[in-house]
Design a protein around this ligand. Structure first.
Ligand code: MRU
Length: 363
């Protein structure tokens, strides 16, 4: 998608430097900084510190990390060590392990001297596939938005609530939850997006930056406003992303998603999840008991980052000195609260049968 009129992907391969370039998301929306990842430690830090973030982008970045590893040490030991190092960076988004497993399984059977070029080609393939998956999710999601728009009077916007950033910078391009929004906007359907701030890291500000950059009408609201807005008939549709969805359709996503789903159920608001297939964990059934939830540094809760009056970016402490913070980064929304899953193969029920119908080869 575009930043100040220039098309960007959230990561790209620099053929001159022969290295991966990323957008360092820690500084968005205030500053657009690009970083080159040269070492495995750079890849590790980029994922752990959320310079790159969002399940699909974490997966694509890890694939390029395996490509670097295959250049530095293409032996079985070298690849296995890189797999283990990158796999330990973040525990919840399954796309990380999906990409690492896919790379390792493709590379180990090859002769050692063929691995580096094959690994880079595979990383490019994974990145390109992600773009295509999200484009298709956008087309299927567009139909949902069209259906809501058809029941409205001319010019009245479809009001969509989203949480966190499941946008183009959380993927390689398009985003998952935002892809239907971009498609609807481009199709001339008026939409308005309620963007939840998403404490503690305020990924909603990234979503606001993206939507603003594409001229999509939106309002940034506190996380706690979602229920109130739904109660007052201000939300037609919820669309969110996911970090891991189980084979029965339980959805793990950014902390606070579950509360939005409860409010949506109570108010009869359709609650959809944009789900690229690499985010399905076919080995897991019950999300609440089986998905590991990342516990992040409490400083993310006790301190808030923002733009300062002097133009810099700084941290402010919001709690009294010494107050302990707790920071579970994700929660699980049980399938009974999910209206449907928007995948690259179509929209299905959040259930074992629904997913099996679209992905019969996986069951
Ligand atoms: O901790 P983050 O910012 O990596 O969490 C991101 C989310 O929870 C997104 O909603 C999810 O990864 C879907 S991104 C298309």
């Amino acid at each position: 998608m575009k930043v100040n009129g220039t098309h960007y992907r959230s990561l790209w391969w620099d053929t001159t430097a022969e290295a991966l370039q990323i957008i360092d998301q820690r500084w968005l929306p205030h500053d657009f900084r690009v970083q080159q990842l040269d070492t495995l430690a750079d890849f590790d830090a980029a994922i752990v510190e959320m310079r790159v973030r969002g399940a699909p982008l974490i997966g694509a970045t890890a694939a390029y990390g395996m490509a670097l590893a295959a250049r530095l040490d293409p032996t079985d030991d070298g690849l296995n060590a890189a797999w283990a190092q990158l796999n330990a960076t973040r525990p919840t988004a399954i796309n990380l392990r999906w990409a690492l497993d896919r790379c390792r399984a493709a590379l180990l059977p090859l002769p050692v001297d063929a691995r580096a070029s094959a690994a880079l080609a595979l990383a490019h393939e994974i990145a390109d596939e992600d773009v295509e998956i999200n484009r298709r999710i956008g087309e299927y999601g567009l139909q949902l938005i069209r259906d809501v728009a058809a029941k409205k009077s001319d010019g009245e916007p479809v009001r969509i609530l989203t949480h966190c950033n499941a946008g183009w910078i959380a993927t390689v391009d398009w985003g998952t939850a935002t892809s239907p929004m971009y498609h609807a906007h481009d199709a001339g359907i008026p939409i308005h997006v309620w963007v939840g701030e998403t404490r503690p890291r305020n990924q909603g500000a990234l979503t606001a930056w993206e939507l603003g950059g594409h001229g999509i009408s939106h309002t940034y609201v506190t996380d706690n406003a979602g229920g109130h807005l739904m109660q007052h008939g201000e939300v037609d549709l919820v669309i969110i992303g996911t970090d891991r969805t189980t084979r029965q359709g339980d959805v793990c996503n950014k902390i606070g998603t579950y509360l939005k789903a409860l409010a949506a159920k109570d108010n009869g608001v359709p609650f959809y999840v944009a789900l690229p297939s690499p985010t399905i964990d076919w080995t897991v059934t019950d999300g609440v008991s089986e998905i590991p939830i990342e516990e992040r540094n409490p400083r993310e809760v006790t301190h808030v980052q923002g733009a300062l009056d002097d133009g810099g970016i700084g941290l402010a402490q919001v709690t009294p000195q010494g107050t302990p913070g707790g920071n579970p980064a994700f929660d699980v929304t049980p399938n009974r609260l999910v209206t449907g899953l928007i995948t690259e193969r179509g929209i299905c029920d959040a259930s074992s049968n629904g997913l099996a119908t679209l992905f019969p080869e996986m069951v």
